[in-house]
Design a protein around this ligand. Structure first.
Ligand SMILES: Nc1nc2c(c(=O)[nH]1)N(C=O)[C@@H](CNc1ccc(C(=O)N[C@@H](CCC(=O)O)C(=O)O)cc1)CN2
Ligand SMILES: Nc1nc2c(ncn2[C@@H]2O[C@H](COP(=O)(O)OP(=O)(O)OP(=O)(O)O)[C@@H](O)[C@H]2O)c(=O)[nH]1
Length: 436
């Protein structure tokens, strides 16, 4: 490796902070530590040291940790400097590291090295990125299943079963008599492949829920002008985000806000009131409203008049009657799912309960080992299809059946990164922050 194979970055967050952590990785780690702190501490023991720059000038007193490769996060020699989290302190140490010939790490570069040194596979690395990005409890639980290796073990178990089946088939092909057509493979092999296809199918059933947990549920507030849409958005967000006026047609563009409900991330969108109009700007607003409604996971349809609910044709709709403080007599029970007044707060808790009841039922899943990324889902689908093709190809010969199982194994291997993923790496690692 060249002179700048040793990388560094501030791995902790914004400054100033109580303590800041600078991480170093690469072949020159010990040399750099010796220059900065005079000595190399015993591996994995935090040692309080003076950190000195050129001319022996004291920069800070902090904790120094050394991790001898390959027993480190990246698999290389690594070090951590846990400093006082002042801007100038950190700046001085980073400057010193550059002076000593190290290079600032790129986003995700520590994790990339961990992958290259077989410390982490791609599922774990993607899980780490998700764990760092997680804002809700559900996102954290999903991510930690990936980052901790649980999902990787599941996929590796499946890969081993495929390899075993292929080995049994190859043995039959190799050892069948020259004149003989290859005989049959033990039925238990096919029974296991059939079971594996089902297991992958069940696992894939969790993908829709995982996607909602990871990317959030799209909830759209829709209805006629003046129905109280913007008032509801502001009330649910507990912030003054949308402009509220008595003028019908106030909201033009789609306004979005992120909420956390029952541990789920919700993307709530306020839209322009739906009506016939000649106003060009309002027309465009309504076009955008219809567009987000068509992509919604859930629509909250508002009306301040029971005879006037918008017909949206959307998948999941909650019908909400508004302004019941001013028009209580207009409504009978059957007209709406929920009646609210943003002004008095009446019905708001019930509305939230109804929204939560429309969220995926996590009790249906025994754990959070769910496929959360398009990339995983595509590979899993490919593997399942190939297994089914193999099972259906009994008439075409064992070699064709074995080839389908090879395709299935490769698809699974691409999830964890054991097979053919060079072109994916830059995309995956670029999602990371620097220092990870
Ligand atoms: N101070 C500090 N805290 C941290 C990290 C870190 O790098 N530094 N982590 C960074 O993400 C996470 C912990 N993850 C880590 C993963 C592996 C190793 C490591 O040294 N692995 C070696 C030895 C394993 C062992 O002794 O059990 C190895 O895998 O060989 C360290 C931290 C969260 N907390
Ligand atoms: N009395 C009463 N008035 C309400 C309530 N909610 C909203 N309003 C009033 O109804 C009017 C319209 O509210 P908005 O929230 O702007 O309605 P909107 O559906 O977003 O309207 P557009 O942007 O025009 O589509 C405002 O004057 C609000 O103060 C309520 O619960 N009770």
């Amino acid at each position: 490796m060249g002179i700048s194979d040793t990388i560094y970055a501030l791995s902790s967050g914004g400054l100033p902070s109580g303590v800041a952590m600078i991480r170093i990785s690469g072949t020159r780690t010990t040399e750099v530590l010796a220059k900065l702190s005079g000595k190399i501490p015993a591996p994995r023991l935090a040692k309080l040291s003076s950190i000195r720059g050129r001319n022996d000038q004291l920069i800070d007193q902090g904790l120094v940790l050394f991790f001898k490769g390959p027993g480190s996060f990246t698999g290389e020699d690594c070090a951590e400097l846990q400093l006082h989290g002042g801007k100038a302190v950190v700046e001085a140490v980073l400057t010193e590291l550059a002076y000593l010939g190290c290079r600032h790490a790129e986003a995700g570069e520590f994790s990339r090295r961990a992958f290259q040194n077989d410390k982490l596979d791609l599922v774990e690395i993607e899980g780490l990125a998700d764990l760092i990005a997680a804002e809700t409890e559900m996102q954290r639980r999903l991510a930690v299943e990936h980052s901790s290796g649980h999902l990787s073990s599941l996929y590796e178990g499946w890969s081993r079963r495929l390899v075993h089946a292929r080995a049994m088939i190859e043995a039959e092909l190799d050892f069948a008599d020259e004149e003989d057509v290859p005989g049959s493979v033990s039925p238990s092999v096919w029974a296991d492949m059939s079971l594996l296809g089902e297991e992958i199918g069940t696992h894939l059933d969790g993908a829709a829920v995982a996607e909602i947990i990871r990317d959030g549920l799209n909830v759209v507030i829709a209805g006629a002008p003046n129905a109280g849409k913007s008032s509801l958005l502001n009330a649910l967000a507990q912030r003054d985000i949308a402009i509220v006026t008595e003028i019908a047609g106030t909201t033009r563009d789609v306004l979005s806000v992120d909420l956390s409900l029952a541990g789920f991330s919700i993307k709530l969108h306020d839209t322009a009131g739906l009506r016939e109009t000649q106003d060009l700007v309002e027309k465009e607003g309504i076009r955008r409203a219809r567009n987000v409604i068509s992509k919604a996971d859930l629509v909250i349809a508002l009306s301040d008049n029971p005879c006037d609910f918008p017909e949206l044709g959307a998948v999941g709709t909650i019908r909400v009657g508004t302004k019941i403080d001013s028009n209580p007599d207009l409504w009978d029970k059957s007209a709406a799912d929920v009646l609210i007044s943003v002004k008095t707060g009446q019905g708001m808790e019930r509305l939230i309960d109804v929204i939560v009841s429309r969220l995926p039922d996590l009790n249906a899943f025994s754990n959070f080992a769910l496929p959360s990324r398009r990339r995983h889902v595509d590979c899993l689908n490919e593997a399942r299809t190939a297994i089914h093709s193999s099972l259906a190809a009994a008439d075409l010969g064992l070699d064709i059946q074995a080839e389908y199982l090879r395709i299935a194994g490769d698809a699974l291997g691409r999830i964890t990164g054991r097979v053919d993923v060079e072109d994916l790496l830059s995309i995956i690692f670029s999602e990371f922050c620097v220092g990870k």
